[in-house]
Write a protein that binds this ligand. Structure first.
Ligand code: ADP
Ligand code: MG
Length: 344
């Protein structure tokens, strides 16, 4: 509250507006800080190698619901969302710290489950748990993870390097994690009204798996190294394709033409979207948590990725004046709105 007794609601600024409002007067003082706020991870330069750092906070009731998320999966996913931000810089994660605030609702056994998931993710992504902090809190649980990674300075890929003519690429199918969440929420409502009814999850294994046990695209970064491809820009898809494309376009000062045909959507997600009376492409554009990589490449690099089954070409970067558009299967052009997943 300031002296005028005004009170501004945080919702009025939006997540990114709020971050900018609170931090834009901070100056970078250290020459080693080569990227601060504004990308998937910060970049620190010490000698030939750079260290990249990213942190995330997960709050019970906001980011996870233990009514249907097993603690082991929660632990695994908490690590995945962080290492995903490191891969999005084209860097390799090396260490994590884990901090938790827990209420007395949690037993040692339940926290063992959480840490079994964290342990499994550390094994999968080859990272060391090097520290953290533990405290109590009045309600629920909060988990904060920081991931630290490494890359050579010239390997790092930012959100701001896309240029007109670059191809827009996506590392895998989108929308499934969001639809998985819709199913889990639906089954939770049914359970609340009719306790004892067994959840009906048949034929939905893939999309529920995408929600409960996402993976970060370590393999894609390894492929980039192997085929010597340096994307011009990159971001991980945590909030939905539309929102992430907006970040790349805004920071690169360009526009984009996205082809609906080129956006990969799993058949199970297609079917489920229709059951929920949603348009599959809307789920891909606005649903979050798929943790695929969205990146752009110079058109001269197309030969390197053309025959890679895991990479989809979904459009082209265009001049900023031409906007951010979706070319639909029906041949129409629509403006894409940044309506990715909103935290506030
Ligand atoms: P991502 O979705 O990739 O995890 P975020 O949208 O959370 O990234 O954050 C965008 C940028 O703002 C990042 O550089 C992040 O470090 C920074 N940031 C987020 N919250 C804060 C905060 N409270 N104070 C300072 N920087 C922040
Ligand atoms: Mg990110």
């Amino acid at each position: 509250m300031d002296q005028n007794n005004t009170r501004t609601d945080v919702n009025s600024l939006g997540e990114f507006g709020l971050i900018d409002h609170l931090t834009n007067f901070f100056e970078i003082k250290q020459p080693s800080t080569i990227k601060g706020i504004g990308d998937d991870a910060a970049v620190l330069e010490y000698g030939a190698m750079c260290t990249v750092v990213s942190t995330d906070l997960l709050v019970e009731g906001i980011h996870f619901d233990l009514a249907y998320v097993p603690l082991r999966h929660l632990g695994y996913k908490s690590v995945v969302v962080n290492v995903s931000d490191i891969y999005a810089m084209n860097a390799i994660p090396k260490q994590i710290t884990v901090s938790i605030a827990i209420s007395n609702r949690y037993s040692v056994e339940s926290l063992e489950e959480l840490y079994a998931g964290i342990h499994a993710a550390c094994a999968e992504y080859n990272v060391d748990l090097i520290g953290g902090d533990t405290t109590s809190c009045p309600k629920g649980m909060t988990i904060s993870i920081t991931a630290i990674g490494q890359a050579e300075k010239n390997q790092i890929v930012y959100r701001n390097g896309a240029k007109p003519g670059d191809l827009i690429c996506i590392s895998g199918d989108l929308g499934a994690a969001y639809l998985g969440l819709q199913i889990l929420e639906r089954e939770k409502r049914i359970w609340a009204e009719h306790p004892g009814v067994q959840p009906d999850l048949e034929g939905q294994k893939y999309i529920i798996g995408r929600q409960l046990k996402p993976e970060a695209r370590k393999d894609v970064i390894e492929t980039f190294r192997r085929i010597q491809l340096q994307p011009t820009s990159m971001i991980d898809i945590s909030d939905g394709l539309a929102s992430e494309l907006f970040h790349i376009c805004k920071q690169s000062n360009v526009g984009a033409l996205l082809e609906e045909d080129g956006v990969p959507i799993h058949p199970e997600a297609q079917m489920m979207a229709l059951q929920f009376k949603l348009d599959p492409i809307t789920c891909a554009l606005s649903g979050g948590e798929d943790y695929e990589l969205l990146f752009t490449i110079d058109p001269s690099d197309i030969e390197k990725i053309k025959y890679l089954p895991e990479i989809y070409i979904a459009g082209e970067i265009i001049e900023k004046e031409n906007g951010i558009k979706l070319h639909t299967k029906g041949g129409n052009l629509h403006d894409i709105k940044a309506q990715g997943w909103q935290h506030f």
